[in-house]
Design a protein around this ligand. Sequence first.
Ligand SMILES: [Ca+2]
Ligand SMILES: [Ca+2]
Ligand SMILES: [Ca+2]
Length: 558
Amino acid sequence: MKYIFITLGVLVIYSCTKTEVPESLPPVVVQEESIKFTTNIDTGSFNLVDTIPLVISVSTKLPTLGLSYVIVASYVDSSKQIFKLDTILNQSSLSVLVPGFTKAGNYNLAITVTSKNTNTNILSKNFTLVRPNFNVTTTTIPLNIAGISSEDITSGIDGSVSGTIYTTINGKEHLIISPTLFFRTPMLPALNFVKNGTNWTLENSYSTGAMGAGRNYELLDSAKQIWAISDHGLELSNGKWPFGSIYVMKPNGNGLSYLNISTTRSFYHSVSTGDLNNDGLKDIVGLNMGTNGDWYGALHPYLQNPDGSFREARDLINDGMNTWSMNKGAGAVLIVDILGDKRPEIIRADYGLNLSYQQQSDRYSFVIYTFDNNLGKYTVVKNPGPLGVYSNNDRGTTSIKAADFDNDGDLDFALATEGTNFMGVEIWTNNGQGNFTPTNNKIEFTFDQMQFREFNVMDINNDGWLDIVLNPFAFGKLLRVGGSGNMNDWGTGGVYLNNLFWINNKGSFSFYNKSIIVPAIKPVYFKSSKINGQFKLVGVQTDFSKGLVNIYDIPFVF
Ligand SMILES: [Ca+2]
Ligand SMILES: [Ca+2]
Ligand SMILES: [Ca+2]
């Protein structure tokens, strides 16, 4: 009705100007229709992500001078304006991507539309928006693997935390699981899960990637997503341990191919990659805790051939028989250029050997091997001695990563260790010359608190300081909500994520201080990664009676 009235009003004015209007007639007041608009977020129920695709639709007749659109977005938690658009348009609708909702917390979005004919003809809408720290998407996948029972494949997945790789290949997320029954056969094929759109699917299983126990992995080629993986083999409850191999895994379309590069089966506990002989091709060192062959020494270097195959290089490292390292245990290896010379160094980290007779004088924390041009091989140049966590004979390294944790320009170390009812991480800083000392930045857990199979180094909260994310498994009460910490106590359901995030506060580490619970899930473990800059966790939960696996996809913002 109002529209008709205004139309008539305009007609009246028009006709009045065309005719002689008697002066006695009162002036006609032109009443513009009140501004009305709707938006695509009027219901307020949607998943808030970094950017809102906002659509404003004005139902009022477009004023002749157009409309002023003003959009202001604010982050309420720190009273900061994150976006402002102030524009005049001769159109009844506006589509705009509003960016800046990158943090978890409370936002306000104010939208004002004003007639340019009448600045009092105005309508404002305010939206209160909340971005949660995370959301969970669950994919349930049946596991039909030829020749393998659903009990074996689900139990095998339950034991696969240390060998599972979560990464992006050709723009698609992959979760590559190495299932293991650990104490018994059968050997189980590797499983390649691929995320297509929002859902995970099982792309294929690979008997060529069947491992007794995938224990550790590292990128050989980050661009091509070629990985080196160490397998220590089954720890059979009956009979001789078969030990395992070093594998190179490559993408093959959406699928995978596996190459066993080691001929001497060994208890390969750790692996690292780097160009050891300066020929432009990255090589591999596998660290073993025992071998079936006659290649003694903890460090087994394999040099890459131009065709992508590998060859043993037994004399490349001064390690093993008749050397410093004879009868000293080792748990982890890392190839990294610490000294800034032309070749990377090899770091060999202490595991201890036998607690019953071991002395502190047998311990070394870790040593740095560098290439000696006179000897023509890698030899030890730095040995800090058993400091920090290594002052306890019970503690041995399970993994080591190098990163600049104190942002002073040199690489520091994060060392994960295990012992009797103990798991920990310790940060050692570099003085710039490759001399490392332990710091007070350390985690120490008993098994009933937290167990983890290694960790990731990533800046998860995007503050420029590298943080540490644990890959948890088992039943620690710092992981399982309502749990006792006892074996097989899954708690009341739900997991704490905050106890996985060891946050680097300008060089000083502490666990994330806000309780973050993902309710009602019981994953056997989590892995994490940054996918296109977005920090994400994936959780894995099996159901053997139904022969399926649930993959929980959990993008997380701080
Ligand atoms: Ca090489
Ligand atoms: Ca540093
Ligand atoms: Ca950070």
